[in-house]
Ligand binder design. Structure first.
Ligand code: PRX
Length: 697
């Protein structure tokens, strides 16, 4: 079977098969224009001083400029992170050691001995100082109906919700699944878990019941927090119904807390608890659980090379410090700014830059519930105008989509509040970058391509922060953040030195935001990230280092594709399709797509004796993928073939299939290991037939 033969093949094969084949995406001369953008953490560069930029710098010796500070973060990370952790987080008990991590053994430990509570850091300390400061602006799906939540109110909501959880037996260390779109109650749910020491796992509210139950089972969750229904782009989403289906397979779930986003009634069973009603009965005070720095904070499932999604585990202090610091220094966030990250809380971007980073800094964060095109393609910019957003953080897939509707949808709204524009999740190509910079930002904003991953906890490579007045090269992530030391590796596992080199992107030394393990599978954690290049964290991405020393990402080196900024393992789709009784084999690859970046493309083999029409089976496969994973995972193309090209050892040659699917058959690469080259002609014929049928349909 397709996916089954792939287990355990990712390591050395990853490099050889992908980066060092012709799949490398980077262009030799990526630099079209250089922009010099002079803002660096301050509105006026002339008044810039290291001590106002980072007040803690006075505790370091001999730091006069940004370069000194960055060097210190890299050369003496213990001093750098130790001072910042003390200053930026509120501790119940100070830590004894800054960093006891070792990439050789894959052990990661920061701030051991320290005790703190994340909800106290994100809410209480700000509620105490500025109770009426707005913490959340809920930009509801219906434009013009935003709801503001102050720090005082958020603290009250968090405590009430925490008390509800406690009343129903949820305690420190328990895992709680959150299946909700972004909203104040969803943020309070995350914070309530942190308050009582429970571990949340937010599951993107677009995932199917099977995906949800898979994550609940893997995470051994005993409670779920959800909504009766969601509303997105004017459409109702039946969240509770999906939870009901998922829960049938999850005997360990003892209660389901149901918040109400709509007035509509949904069936409630004995284990369902109406959340707002329960919260109203609880006290608005809940003593925080004191947590160790390295206790689990949350887990978040993400796709890997093999079929089963991985439960990435982040812990308390290191993650929070890193999320807060990157939020502050990458985006140049200042008190009073309105921070607008339009990601959903179901992804890491929502965790770090909708919730934890901004709240750790006492900021005002926008919770964007809608879509970029509802009720029209001006939605983002109308929101910017109405909420006076200062930092906007979105995904290239949305920019590519919006560009197609024309500049007028942007220009009709006042965007003069914008200072920084961030991009995340996938490469931002030149055209989209230019549009973001020139049209959205009117050539006045700092535009940042930010590279990072669920595993890294926060942004690792991005043009800012940097030295005063440093250039920004369009569409490149460019510079490592404080404490981040990137390394590029060659096909023999050796680090590439010098400039103008391309290789596998690794990070050389630990930083506080890195994931600690995969829930219930530490060995897979070690194998996935630390075995390929011993002593280095391997990101799974390729990168190029330019002559100037800037980093440009070149794409994934494994079988993970990126659909509209969402990670998906092709093996997950193959596994879902393999379950069809008429499909003995399937191979899924990613192909480029104008708007979504990449889309899945499937070649499937049907059993010889299938009597039903191919069309019917293909439709069944699509609905299987929808119900086993999510709609976004359904392949755009499903081509039925007789056989799949394989190596003599039986491995499917996806590299060849990718060439066929992208019509690059004149150069199929090295075929010496192929078992039966005739299969190529056969597959091409089937694909040509498929294209003809599609164009005449
Ligand atoms: O391949 C890289 C791509 O997204 C992957 C991480 O996906 P995920 O864990 O879902 O996190 C997405 C949001 C942080 C990376 O391994 N990626 C992310 N940002 C960029 C990127 N690729 C190119 N440029 C980026 N700025």
């Amino acid at each position: 079977m397709a996916a089954k033969g792939k287990q355990g093949t990712l390591l050395q094969a990853i490099c050889r098969n992908y980066l060092f084949s012709k799949r490398i995406y980077y262009k030799q001369s990526p630099v079209k224009k250089l922009y010099v953008q002079t803002r660096l953490g301050h509105s006026s560069t002339s008044s810039w001083s290291i001590n106002s930029y980072m007040p803690e710098a006075s505790a370091f010796h001999g730091i006069r400029c940004f370069k000194d500070l960055h060097n210190l973060s890299v050369l003496d990370p213990d001093t750098f992170w130790g001072v910042l952790a003390k200053a930026r987080l509120e501790w119940s008990k100070p830590f004894d050691a800054v960093n006891e991590s070792d990439f050789k053994s894959g052990t990661i430990k920061w701030f051991q001995g320290g005790q703190l509570n994340v909800s106290v850091n994100c809410v209480d300390r700000h509620a105490l100082l500025s109770p009426e400061r707005v913490a959340l602006i809920w930009e509801r799906d219906e434009p013009g109906t935003e709801v503001k939540v102050t720090y005082r109110k958020l603290l009250e909501m968090t405590c009430r919700l925490a008390n509800v959880l406690k009343r129903h037996g949820i305690k420190k260390g328990d895992r709680v699944a959150i299946y909700m779109p972004v909203s104040p109650v969803a943020v309070a749910a995350m914070l309530a878990c942190t308050r009582i020491g429970a571990v949340h796992t937010v599951v993107f509210a677009g995932f199917s019941a099977d995906s949800l139950s898979g994550r609940i089972l893997d995470g051994e969750c005993n409670a779920i927090i959800t909504c009766n229904q969601g509303i997105r782009g004017g459409r109702l989403v039946e969240l509770k119904k999906t939870v009901d289906e998922a829960v049938k397979n999850c005997p360990m779930v003892k209660c389901v807390f149901v918040a109400h986003r709509t007035e509509n009634k949904v069936p409630m069973s004995d284990m369902d608890i109406p959340l707002e009603e329960a919260m109203a009965k609880e006290e608005a005070v809940c003593p925080p659980e004191i947590m160790e720095s390295e206790d689990m904070l949350f887990m978040l499932y993400t796709s890997g090379s093999t079929g089963k999604p991985k439960g990435i585990v982040h812990t308390q202090a290191g993650y929070l410090l890193y999320a807060g610091l990157t939020h502050k220094y990458v985006f140049d966030y200042h008190q009073g700014d309105v921070f607008g990250c339009v990601a959903d809380i179901g992804w890491i971007t929502g965790h770090s830059y909708v919730v934890y980073g901004p709240l750790c800094n006492g900021g005002t964060t926008v919770l964007f519930e809608s879509t970029p095109t509802y009720p029209n393609p001006g939605r983002y910019w109308e929101t910017v105008q109405r909420l006076r957003i200062n930092q906007f953080y979105g995904a290239p897939t949305a920019f590519r989509l919006l560009m197609k509707y024309g500049d007028d949808w942007v220009k009709r709204y006042d965007r003069s509040s914008l200072k920084t524009l961030g991009s995340v999740g996938e490469p931002i190509h030149h055209e989209a970058w230019e549009w973001y910079y020139g049209v959205v930002g009117d050539g006045k904003c700092t535009v940042l391509d930010t590279w990072w991953q669920t595993e890294t906890g926060g942004i690792c490579i991005t043009p800012r922060p940097s030295e005063e007045g440093a250039e920004i090269v369009p569409a490149i992530a460019m510079r490592p953040f404080f404490g981040i030391v990137p390394a590029l590796m060659d096909e023999n596992g050796k680090e590439l030195k010098g400039q103008n080199v391309a290789g596998a992107l690794c990070i050389k030394q630990p930083w506080p935001g890195i994931a600690r393990t995969l829930y219930g599978d530490h060995q897979r954690f070690l194998d996935s990230y630390f075995r390929t290049y011993p002593g280095y964290y391997f990101t799974g991405d390729g990168a190029h280092r330019s002559i100037e020393g800037y980093y440009q990402l070149t794409g994934r080196m494994d079988d993970v594709i990126n659909i509209s900024g969402h990670r998906l393992g092709t093996a997950e789709v193959e596994d879902a399709m393999d379950e069809h009784p008429d499909v003995p084999e399937a191979a899924v690859i990613g192909i480029p797509h104008d708007i979504k970046g990449e889309v899945p493309f499937a070649f499937v083999v049907l059993k010889d004796d299938v009597s039903r029409a191919e069309k019917v089976v293909v439709e069944e496969l699509k609905s299987m993928v929808t119900s086993k994973i999510a709609k976004y995972a359904v392949p755009d193309h499903i081509v039925v073939v007789k056989r799949l090209p394989k190596t003599r050892s039986g491995k499917i040659m996806r590299r060849v299939l990718r060439k066929i699917a992208t019509n690059e058959t004149s150069d199929l690469g090295d075929l010496t290991t192929m078992d039966d080259p005739e299969i190529i002609t056969e597959v091409i014929e089937y694909y040509e037939k498929y294209k003809q049928q599609k164009s005449s349909a």
